[in-house]
Design a protein around this ligand. Structure first.
Ligand SMILES: *Cc1c(COP(=O)(O)O)cnc(C)c1O
Length: 370
């Protein structure tokens, strides 16, 4: 058993993927062409947002959102950005790369997502945005968050790297319900292991904000709108035609794949039982696309090596919270007990569209003997 068998996942679409790859090869056009434009339109339609700007990867998508707000004068270096403390490091890197200051908020221990109740006390004169990370595929959005953003005139930026296809129960700022279209701007990653995975690196920004989309498009292309005329000091971060072609194929199957992941979570919920294990809750089926199935146990290391010996792979998302990393030594002493506890107790079990009911039964009965 593999934790996530990308070979098997993509083999199911191999004929279509090979066909579009040879079309791209034969076309002689590899960047900024019609396949990228087509994929951007398909993704905007899928999410219900006005613009998709494709870029090189998910970290760049996040970096470019902040950079665009800075270029437009809406944020300044030193401004504060509220962010969940247990996120993947890329969320924080995008903030600090732009000279902005991450303000870490401990997550809710049940959902693993930003604890919205703890946000208001972190808001200061310099706060400009709240980043919500739909961690492990679970949508993070509610009325209270919308209310706070409106009350303090904060932007809400979604890190939608793990939750493409998830649906909120509360509508977003523009009357939409899908993650990636709820806030002011969102970043997506198409890293191969994500729910919508490319066959290489790729990412995108989704938004309804015309000016933001235009600025990001220029910033990602050397800061130039018209060739050789540079309005901004930009960078080069573009999705290539090959990845766009692959993603157009795979986008058609995304809902089906997410349903398969949800089914795996339901099987775990049914078969997995152990007194030392806390399972994730499944309250709103549509609101979770199960990028990861994450359990908690105080016996994490012991369970992990036990499962490894039985041939069952697991992973830890994430073993060290960003504020405890070497590269953020200035934040090492912050008091974020929930994030630290989670980093010691979380364990991700295999979940993917190719995990079967008998895989889950096998894993569960193995754990029952632990
Ligand atoms: C994967 C991921 C990213 C970064 O995406 P890349 O395409 O790998 O750069 C950012 N945030 C979260 C939460 C992620 O899971």
């Amino acid at each position: 058993m593999k934790f996530q068998d990308l070979q098997q996942i993509n083999a199911r679409y191999a004929d279509e993927l090979k066909k579009v790859a040879s079309e791209v090869i034969d076309s002689g056009w590899y960047l900024q062409g019609k396949r990228v434009a087509a994929f951007e339109n398909q993704l905007s339609d899928y999410l219900g947002c006005r613009y998709t700007v494709s870029v090189g990867n998910g970290l760049d998508a996040l970096r470019l959102i902040f950079k665009a707000y800075i270029v437009r004068g809406l944020m300044q270096p030193g401004d504060e950005i509220i962010v969940p403390a247990n996120t993947f490091i890329a969320t924080i890197l995008a903030i600090t790369d732009n000279g902005l200051k991450p303000v870490f908020v401990d997550p809710d221990i049940q959902t693993f997502n930003l604890d919205i109740e703890k946000v208001e006390m972190k808001i200061t004169e310099r706060t400009r945005a709240i980043v919500v990370v739909h961690l492990y595929g679970r949508c993070c959005w509610n009325e209270e968050l919308k209310h706070l953003a409106e009350k303090y005139r904060l932007r809400v930026i979604e890190d939608n790297a793990q939750a493409i296809g998830a649906v909120s129960r509360v509508e977003g700022f523009n009357g939409t319900y899908k993650t990636g279209a709820l806030g002011d701007a969102a970043a997506i990653s198409f890293y191969p292991a994500k729910n919508l995975g490319a066959l290489g690196d790729a990412g995108a920004i989704t938004t309804n904000d015309t000016e933001l989309a235009d600025v990001i498009r220029a910033l990602a292309n050397y800061g130039s709108i018209e060739k050789y005329i540079n309005v901004y000091q930009g960078l080069n971060s573009r999705m290539d035609e090959l990845q766009a072609a692959f993603l157009s194929v795979k986008l058609k199957y995304l809902d089906k794949e997410n349903r398969a992941r949800r089914q795996v979570a339901i099987w775990y919920d049914k078969y997995l039982n152990h007194q030392d294990i806390i399972k994730p809750s499944i309250e709103s089926p549509e609101g979770h696309v199960w990028h990861q199935y994450v359990i908690r146990t105080v016996r994490r290391e012991e369970l992990r090596s036990y499962l490894e010996k039985q041939g069952i792979p697991t992973m830890i998302h994430y073993p060290i919270p960003p504020h405890k990393q070497f590269c953020y030594h200035q934040y090492n002493d912050l008091d974020l007990p929930v994030s630290v506890l989670l980093s010691r107790e979380v364990l991700s079990l295999p979940v993917s569209p190719v995990i079967t009911e008998s895989d889950v039964i096998e894993i569960s009965s193995c754990i029952a003997d632990f």
